[in-house]
Design a protein around this ligand. Structure first.
Ligand code: ZN
Length: 312
Protein backbone atom coordinates (compact mmCIF):
# COMPACT_ATOMS: atom_id res chain seq x y z
CA UNK A 1 0.00 0.00 0.00
CA UNK A 2 1.40 3.40 -0.96
CA UNK A 3 1.92 5.68 2.03
CA UNK A 4 1.13 9.37 1.67
CA UNK A 5 1.97 12.09 4.19
CA UNK A 6 -0.20 15.10 4.87
CA UNK A 7 0.79 18.60 5.88
CA UNK A 8 -2.13 20.57 7.33
CA UNK A 9 -1.96 24.28 6.46
CA UNK A 10 -5.30 25.63 7.72
CA UNK A 11 -3.96 27.71 10.61
CA UNK A 12 -1.44 29.42 8.29
CA UNK A 13 -2.64 29.40 4.67
CA UNK A 14 -6.30 29.29 5.75
CA UNK A 15 -6.44 31.74 8.63
CA UNK A 16 -4.09 34.35 7.13
CA UNK A 17 -6.78 35.67 4.78
CA UNK A 18 -9.80 35.29 7.02
CA UNK A 19 -11.64 38.62 7.34
CA UNK A 20 -11.96 38.23 11.14
CA UNK A 21 -9.03 37.53 13.46
CA UNK A 22 -9.23 33.95 14.73
CA UNK A 23 -8.60 34.17 18.49
CA UNK A 24 -5.28 32.75 19.72
CA UNK A 25 -7.05 30.26 22.02
CA UNK A 26 -8.98 28.85 19.05
CA UNK A 27 -5.78 28.52 16.98
CA UNK A 28 -3.96 26.71 19.79
CA UNK A 29 -6.79 24.27 20.46
CA UNK A 30 -7.23 23.56 16.75
CA UNK A 31 -3.52 22.79 16.29
CA UNK A 32 -3.59 20.57 19.38
CA UNK A 33 -6.61 18.69 18.05
CA UNK A 34 -5.05 18.34 14.57
CA UNK A 35 -1.93 16.93 16.22
CA UNK A 36 -4.03 13.93 17.27
CA UNK A 37 -5.32 13.17 13.77
CA UNK A 38 -2.18 11.59 12.31
CA UNK A 39 -0.64 14.44 10.32
CA UNK A 40 3.02 14.22 9.38
CA UNK A 41 3.32 17.99 9.54
CA UNK A 42 1.32 21.04 10.55
CA UNK A 43 2.14 24.47 9.18
CA UNK A 44 1.23 26.34 12.33
CA UNK A 45 1.75 30.01 11.50
CA UNK A 46 3.88 32.58 9.73
CA UNK A 47 6.68 34.79 11.02
CA UNK A 48 5.85 37.53 8.55
CA UNK A 49 5.54 41.03 10.03
CA UNK A 50 2.32 41.66 11.94
CA UNK A 51 1.77 44.62 9.62
CA UNK A 52 1.69 42.53 6.44
CA UNK A 53 -0.34 39.63 7.87
CA UNK A 54 -2.23 40.93 10.94
CA UNK A 55 -4.27 37.72 11.19
CA UNK A 56 -1.11 35.82 12.25
CA UNK A 57 0.29 38.51 14.56
CA UNK A 58 0.14 35.99 17.43
CA UNK A 59 2.75 33.62 15.88
CA UNK A 60 5.04 33.56 18.95
CA UNK A 61 2.19 32.95 21.37
CA UNK A 62 0.67 30.15 19.27
CA UNK A 63 4.03 28.40 18.87
CA UNK A 64 4.70 28.81 22.58
CA UNK A 65 1.39 27.34 23.69
CA UNK A 66 0.78 24.38 21.35
CA UNK A 67 1.44 20.91 22.65
CA UNK A 68 4.15 19.14 20.63
CA UNK A 69 3.06 15.62 19.78
CA UNK A 70 5.77 13.14 18.90
CA UNK A 71 5.84 12.23 15.24
CA UNK A 72 4.31 15.54 14.13
CA UNK A 73 6.56 18.23 12.67
CA UNK A 74 5.58 21.82 13.40
CA UNK A 75 6.62 23.96 10.46
CA UNK A 76 6.30 27.72 10.04
CA UNK A 77 6.48 30.16 7.16
CA UNK A 78 9.61 32.30 7.25
CA UNK A 79 9.90 35.30 4.88
CA UNK A 80 13.36 36.66 5.76
CA UNK A 81 16.19 36.70 8.30
CA UNK A 82 14.15 38.60 10.89
CA UNK A 83 11.41 35.98 10.60
CA UNK A 84 13.99 33.19 10.82
CA UNK A 85 15.32 34.55 14.11
CA UNK A 86 11.81 34.69 15.56
CA UNK A 87 11.02 31.18 14.26
CA UNK A 88 14.23 29.78 15.74
CA UNK A 89 13.31 31.27 19.08
CA UNK A 90 9.92 29.56 18.79
CA UNK A 91 11.54 26.15 18.27
CA UNK A 92 9.94 25.43 14.89
CA UNK A 93 10.85 22.00 13.49
CA UNK A 94 11.13 23.27 9.92
CA UNK A 95 11.21 26.60 8.12
CA UNK A 96 9.07 26.97 5.03
CA UNK A 97 10.41 29.67 2.69
CA UNK A 98 8.26 31.00 -0.14
CA UNK A 99 8.79 32.67 -3.48
CA UNK A 100 7.06 32.57 -6.83
CA UNK A 101 8.41 31.21 -10.11
CA UNK A 102 6.40 33.93 -11.87
CA UNK A 103 8.02 37.38 -11.86
CA UNK A 104 4.68 39.18 -11.94
CA UNK A 105 3.15 37.07 -9.18
CA UNK A 106 6.26 37.57 -7.05
CA UNK A 107 6.11 41.34 -7.57
CA UNK A 108 2.42 41.37 -6.62
CA UNK A 109 2.63 38.97 -3.70
CA UNK A 110 6.07 39.62 -2.21
CA UNK A 111 6.61 43.15 -3.57
CA UNK A 112 10.03 42.43 -5.03
CA UNK A 113 11.64 40.82 -8.09
CA UNK A 114 12.36 37.09 -7.90
CA UNK A 115 16.12 37.62 -7.71
CA UNK A 116 15.67 39.75 -4.58
CA UNK A 117 13.47 37.06 -3.03
CA UNK A 118 16.00 34.40 -3.89
CA UNK A 119 18.82 36.41 -2.33
CA UNK A 120 16.79 36.94 0.87
CA UNK A 121 15.92 33.25 1.15
CA UNK A 122 19.52 32.21 0.43
CA UNK A 123 20.55 34.45 3.32
CA UNK A 124 18.09 32.63 5.62
CA UNK A 125 19.40 29.23 4.48
CA UNK A 126 23.00 30.38 5.06
CA UNK A 127 22.18 31.78 8.48
CA UNK A 128 20.48 28.57 9.60
CA UNK A 129 23.47 26.56 8.43
CA UNK A 130 21.52 23.26 8.64
CA UNK A 131 20.37 23.85 12.24
CA UNK A 132 16.75 23.61 11.06
CA UNK A 133 15.52 21.69 7.99
CA UNK A 134 14.42 24.01 5.21
CA UNK A 135 11.53 23.55 2.81
CA UNK A 136 11.00 25.93 -0.08
CA UNK A 137 7.51 26.46 -1.48
CA UNK A 138 7.51 27.67 -5.07
CA UNK A 139 4.30 29.50 -5.98
CA UNK A 140 2.57 29.53 -9.38
CA UNK A 141 4.33 26.37 -10.63
CA UNK A 142 1.46 25.42 -12.89
CA UNK A 143 0.48 28.84 -14.17
CA UNK A 144 0.25 32.49 -13.18
CA UNK A 145 -3.01 34.42 -13.45
CA UNK A 146 -1.10 37.37 -14.96
CA UNK A 147 1.56 35.62 -17.07
CA UNK A 148 -0.20 32.40 -18.06
CA UNK A 149 1.29 28.92 -18.22
CA UNK A 150 4.46 28.24 -16.25
CA UNK A 151 7.11 26.46 -18.34
CA UNK A 152 8.40 23.35 -16.53
CA UNK A 153 11.95 24.44 -17.39
CA UNK A 154 11.44 27.66 -15.42
CA UNK A 155 10.04 25.74 -12.43
CA UNK A 156 13.02 23.35 -12.50
CA UNK A 157 15.52 26.18 -12.83
CA UNK A 158 14.34 27.70 -9.52
CA UNK A 159 14.05 24.30 -7.88
CA UNK A 160 17.64 23.52 -8.94
CA UNK A 161 18.95 26.69 -7.33
CA UNK A 162 17.39 25.79 -3.98
CA UNK A 163 18.41 22.12 -4.26
CA UNK A 164 22.00 23.32 -4.66
CA UNK A 165 21.68 25.27 -1.41
CA UNK A 166 20.94 22.04 0.43
CA UNK A 167 17.25 22.36 1.26
CA UNK A 168 15.48 19.26 2.59
CA UNK A 169 12.31 19.68 0.62
CA UNK A 170 10.53 21.53 -2.16
CA UNK A 171 6.82 22.25 -2.43
CA UNK A 172 5.32 22.90 -5.84
CA UNK A 173 2.28 25.12 -5.48
CA UNK A 174 -0.63 25.59 -7.81
CA UNK A 175 -1.37 28.83 -6.03
CA UNK A 176 -4.31 29.88 -8.19
CA UNK A 177 -5.78 26.56 -9.27
CA UNK A 178 -4.54 26.49 -12.86
CA UNK A 179 -3.10 22.96 -12.95
CA UNK A 180 -4.80 20.11 -14.75
CA UNK A 181 -4.11 16.39 -14.24
CA UNK A 182 -1.97 15.53 -17.29
CA UNK A 183 0.21 18.61 -16.67
CA UNK A 184 0.57 17.49 -13.04
CA UNK A 185 1.52 13.95 -14.10
CA UNK A 186 4.22 15.21 -16.45
CA UNK A 187 5.78 17.61 -13.96
CA UNK A 188 5.65 15.10 -11.08
CA UNK A 189 7.33 12.41 -13.15
CA UNK A 190 10.10 14.85 -14.07
CA UNK A 191 10.48 16.06 -10.47
CA UNK A 192 10.83 12.56 -9.05
CA UNK A 193 13.56 11.76 -11.53
CA UNK A 194 15.41 15.01 -10.97
CA UNK A 195 15.25 15.23 -7.14
CA UNK A 196 15.29 11.65 -5.82
CA UNK A 197 16.81 12.71 -2.49
CA UNK A 198 14.44 15.56 -1.63
CA UNK A 199 11.06 15.62 0.10
CA UNK A 200 8.69 16.63 -2.68
CA UNK A 201 5.30 18.08 -1.74
CA UNK A 202 2.43 19.16 -3.96
CA UNK A 203 0.17 22.04 -2.96
CA UNK A 204 -3.04 22.39 -4.93
CA UNK A 205 -5.90 24.84 -4.89
CA UNK A 206 -9.42 23.98 -5.97
CA UNK A 207 -10.09 27.30 -7.67
CA UNK A 208 -11.42 25.64 -10.82
CA UNK A 209 -12.62 22.37 -9.33
CA UNK A 210 -9.55 20.37 -10.44
CA UNK A 211 -7.89 20.09 -7.03
CA UNK A 212 -8.64 16.45 -6.17
CA UNK A 213 -8.07 15.24 -9.73
CA UNK A 214 -4.63 16.82 -9.49
CA UNK A 215 -3.91 15.16 -6.13
CA UNK A 216 -4.73 11.78 -7.63
CA UNK A 217 -2.61 12.45 -10.71
CA UNK A 218 0.36 13.34 -8.49
CA UNK A 219 -0.15 10.34 -6.19
CA UNK A 220 -0.24 8.04 -9.19
CA UNK A 221 3.20 9.39 -10.14
CA UNK A 222 4.48 8.36 -6.72
CA UNK A 223 4.30 11.78 -5.03
CA UNK A 224 3.74 11.04 -1.35
CA UNK A 225 3.43 14.44 0.31
CA UNK A 226 0.53 16.86 0.06
CA UNK A 227 -0.52 20.13 1.61
CA UNK A 228 -4.19 20.45 2.44
CA UNK A 229 -6.38 22.83 4.38
CA UNK A 230 -9.13 21.76 6.76
CA UNK A 231 -12.49 22.61 5.22
CA UNK A 232 -10.75 23.88 2.08
CA UNK A 233 -9.98 27.28 3.62
CA UNK A 234 -7.42 29.58 2.07
CA UNK A 235 -6.78 31.46 -1.11
CA UNK A 236 -4.45 34.01 -2.59
CA UNK A 237 -5.16 37.70 -2.02
CA UNK A 238 -3.39 38.68 -5.26
CA UNK A 239 -5.20 36.28 -7.57
CA UNK A 240 -8.74 37.42 -8.29
CA UNK A 241 -11.32 34.72 -7.50
CA UNK A 242 -8.70 32.37 -6.12
CA UNK A 243 -10.54 30.07 -3.77
CA UNK A 244 -9.24 27.70 -1.19
CA UNK A 245 -6.61 25.08 -0.91
CA UNK A 246 -7.73 21.55 -1.54
CA UNK A 247 -9.78 20.37 1.39
CA UNK A 248 -7.68 18.03 3.57
CA UNK A 249 -10.49 15.74 4.68
CA UNK A 250 -11.90 15.43 1.15
CA UNK A 251 -8.47 14.57 -0.29
CA UNK A 252 -7.75 12.09 2.53
CA UNK A 253 -11.17 10.48 2.09
CA UNK A 254 -10.50 10.07 -1.64
CA UNK A 255 -7.00 8.67 -1.19
CA UNK A 256 -8.17 6.21 1.47
CA UNK A 257 -10.94 5.04 -0.90
CA UNK A 258 -8.26 4.59 -3.57
CA UNK A 259 -6.27 2.37 -1.23
CA UNK A 260 -3.56 4.78 -0.08
CA UNK A 261 -2.34 4.65 3.53
CA UNK A 262 -2.65 8.22 4.84
CA UNK A 263 -2.01 7.69 8.54
CA UNK A 264 -4.99 9.96 9.23
CA UNK A 265 -7.82 9.17 11.63
CA UNK A 266 -10.52 10.47 9.29
CA UNK A 267 -13.49 10.23 11.68
CA UNK A 268 -11.62 12.35 14.20
CA UNK A 269 -10.61 14.85 11.52
CA UNK A 270 -14.23 15.19 10.36
CA UNK A 271 -15.26 16.19 13.88
CA UNK A 272 -12.81 19.12 13.60
CA UNK A 273 -13.94 19.96 10.07
CA UNK A 274 -17.52 20.25 11.33
CA UNK A 275 -16.40 22.66 14.07
CA UNK A 276 -14.53 24.90 11.62
CA UNK A 277 -17.51 27.03 10.44
CA UNK A 278 -18.08 27.90 14.12
CA UNK A 279 -14.46 29.02 14.47
CA UNK A 280 -14.32 31.22 11.34
CA UNK A 281 -17.95 32.33 11.39
CA UNK A 282 -18.92 31.21 7.90
CA UNK A 283 -19.55 28.10 5.80
CA UNK A 284 -16.50 26.31 4.32
CA UNK A 285 -16.16 24.49 0.97
CA UNK A 286 -15.35 20.94 2.22
CA UNK A 287 -17.79 18.28 1.02
CA UNK A 288 -17.21 15.14 3.07
CA UNK A 289 -17.88 16.92 6.36
CA UNK A 290 -21.35 17.72 5.00
CA UNK A 291 -22.14 14.45 3.20
CA UNK A 292 -20.35 11.99 5.51
CA UNK A 293 -17.93 9.29 4.43
CA UNK A 294 -18.98 6.74 1.80
CA UNK A 295 -18.85 4.12 4.57
CA UNK A 296 -21.26 6.10 6.78
CA UNK A 297 -24.47 4.43 5.62
CA UNK A 298 -27.89 5.99 6.16
CA UNK A 299 -30.84 4.08 7.67
CA UNK A 300 -33.33 3.14 4.96
CA UNK A 301 -36.36 5.41 4.75
CA UNK A 302 -39.60 3.93 6.21
CA UNK A 303 -41.26 3.67 2.79
CA UNK A 304 -38.62 1.19 1.61
CA UNK A 305 -40.02 -1.52 3.93
CA UNK A 306 -43.54 -0.87 2.51
CA UNK A 307 -42.37 -1.09 -1.08
CA UNK A 308 -40.25 -4.15 -0.34
CA UNK A 309 -43.27 -5.96 1.18
CA UNK A 310 -45.40 -5.04 -1.83
CA UNK A 311 -42.94 -6.81 -4.14
CA UNK A 312 -42.37 -9.77 -1.80
ZN1 ZN B 1 -2.24 27.65 -0.74
Amino acid sequence: MQRVFFNEVVTRDGFQIEPEFVPTDAKVSLVDALSRCGYAKIEVTSFTSAKSIPMLRDAEEVMGRIERVEGVEYTVLVPNVRGAERALESRADEFNLVMSVSETHNLANLRMPRERSFAALREVIGLMDARVPINVSLSACFGCPMEGAAPASEVMAWADRFAELGVRGLTFCDTTGMAHPSQVSRLCEALRMRYPGLQLTLHFHNTRGMGLANVLAAAQQGIDRFDGSLGGLGGCPYAPGASGNICSEDAIHMLQAEGYETGIHLARLLVLARQLPGIVGHAVPGQVAKAGRTVDLHPEPGLVADIRSRFA
